[in-house]
Ligand binder design. Structure first.
Ligand SMILES: Nc1ncnc2c1ncn2[C@@H]1O[C@H](COP(=O)(O)OP(=O)(O)OP(=O)(O)O)[C@@H](O)[C@H]1O
Ligand SMILES: [Mg+2]
Length: 145
């Protein structure tokens, strides 16, 4: 699989950076020939993953917390990879279930959105070490300029 473009950003774990990652994802996805509605879905999925890193990985605003955000444009898909080095998830399959949240104030729908808006979702996590979320979206072909 050929990589056509790659960007890696490093973010402080701050709520403000969720919106910045979201805009960056939309700009990156615009390289593929996708309808606006699909770009909107990618924005939501990326926001959910980055906000999980901020809220759950590091327990809200924490400038010492680092989040890596990588975006790849391949021949046949876009990839978005969000990594935090925070507290990790004890049981990933439980966390991915609809309505499951460790915070009673939350809906527990972040992973459900990521799963339904993207073609594939992979979650890797180790307690005390952090979490990596990989999301893939199929594309027909990158735009040619
Ligand atoms: N990066 C992460 N680090 C640690 N725990 C996480 C991380 N991402 C998710 N989790 C755990 O997985 C649970 C489910 O995440 P999900 O995004 O589906 O729901 P939520 O964040 O609790 O609620 P919502 O996204 O609807 O506001 C979280 O409550 C949290 O316990
Ligand atoms: Mg969430």
């Amino acid at each position: 699989m050929n990589t056509i473009n790659y960007i890696k950003m490093q973010l402080y774990s701050l709520g403000e950076n969720v919106g910045i990652a979201r805009i960056a994802a939309a700009a990156f996805a615009a390289q593929a020939d996708l309808p606006i509605s699909v770009i909107d879905e990618i924005k939501v999925a990326v926001s959910e993953a980055v906000s999980n890193a901020v809220i759950h990985g590091y327990g809200s605003n924490c400038p010492d917390g680092r989040i890596e955000f990588e975006m790849l444009l391949r021949d046949d898909r876009l990839e978005f990879i969000i990594t935090d080095f925070g507290k990790g998830i004890e049981d990933v399959s439980l966390a991915r279930q609809a309505s499951y949240s460790t915070d009673p104030e939350r809906m527990g729908l972040g992973f459900v959105f990521m799963e339904s808006f993207m073609d594939e979702l992979e979650v890797e996590s180790k307690t005390g070490h952090g979490t990596t979320v990989r999301m893939y979206k199929r594309i027909h072909s990158p735009k040619t300029h």
